[in-house]
Design a protein around this ligand. Structure first.
Ligand code: SAM
Length: 294
């Protein structure tokens, strides 16, 4: 074997082990409430995943069994409901959604809970998760609140098997980890495009960092018009893409065709913005590392 490839394998193994060890420590925490331990572990995870490493084959790495197990069993994430609400309201012209779906809500459906309790106080939330234990925990969590528990429903189902009822939602949130690889994620997006009501908004979380989340470009959102993309410049992981389902004409095709063909300028603008922000993020990271070690 070429010595260079032995080196790379070693680097990959180290990275996988660091991430899996951090995952194990995080999953043993009793609570994810901000505390010194929680902050240190999440910061270590973020800083382990952020540095670009051209030598590492992420696609190969994520198929390794320890990595797959870690990603699939990961049931907690850091939610940013306030940010998501701001992004949503900027893109729906002040309309208040009556029915919201959250796909991949997990055991801690923070986005739905915070939106229902602080921002969308009349809205009904339908949370979909394939994992019955996630839904059991989540419904237990909201059961003590009489208002929220009345407006919050949990459905244990693979979203691919939900069809007609998707039409009833004004807004659909799609969690980053629904679809463990790009093909699955694109399949879910195609399914949503087929069954959501025309004009309904899709808020999808996408990760720029392939280890944490499968990379889905705005251009993969065929049949949706990309309204806006938020790419965080801080050390919070998710990007959020806000898009609107395009109308469908009677022969079943989408008006205007795929969003990418429809709006080449927007897509390239988005890529330019993302690249600029990525560059800024890397520079900030390098500066903070230099500070740390100087
Ligand atoms: C990021 S996690 C949940 C995040 C959640 N905010 C939390 O912190 O608990 C993603 C969830 O998506 C669910 N999921 C994955 N694929 C799915 C599918 N095809 N249909 C429905 N739920 C799915 C998983 O069971 C998991 O609970």
């Amino acid at each position: 074997m070429h010595p260079h490839s032995v080196d790379m394998d070693c680097q990959e193994e180290q990275l996988v082990n660091t991430i899996c060890d951090l995952y194990e420590k995080i999953s043993k925490l009793e609570s994810l409430k901000p505390s010194e331990d929680v902050n240190i572990l999440f910061s270590q995870l973020v800083f382990t995943c952020i540095p670009p490493n051209p030598n590492i084959d992420v696609a190969k790495m994520v198929t390794q069994s320890r990595v797959q197990e870690t990603r699939q069993s990961s049931s907690r994430s850091v939610a940013k409901p306030k940010l998501e609400f701001d992004l949503l309201t900027q893109n729906i012209n002040g309309l208040v959604p009556r029915n919201v779906a959250f796909i991949g809500s997990g055991p801690l459906p923070l986005t739905s809970i915070v939106l229902a309790s602080s921002h969308l106080k009349e809205t009904v939330f339908h949370n979909f998760d394939i994992d019955p234990s996630a839904n059991a925990l989540a419904s237990l969590l909201v059961s003590s609140d009489p208002d929220i528990s009345q407006r919050m429903f949990f459905h244990t189902v693979d979203i691919i098997n939900v069809t007609e009822s998707l039409k009833s939602f004004d807004v659909v949130f799609l969690a980053a980890l629904v679809g463990m690889n790009k093909e699955d994620k694109v399949r879910v997006i195609e399914h949503l495009q087929k069954h959501m009501a025309p004009g309904a908004v899709l808020m999808s979380a996408h990760g720029p960092r392939a280890f944490l989340y499968p990379i889905v470009e705005p251009c993969d959102l065929q049949g949706f018009e990309v309204l806006s993309i938020y790419h965080p410049t801080d050390d919070v992981i998710n990007s959020v893409v806000i898009s609107k389902k395009l109308p469908v004409v009677s022969n079943g095709s989408v008006v205007g065709g795929p969003s990418c063909l429809l709006m080449p300028c927007n897509c390239s603008k988005i890529h330019a913005i993302m690249n600029k922000k990525k560059k800024m993020m890397i520079e900030e990271l390098e500066a903070s590392r230099e500070e740390q070690f100087s």
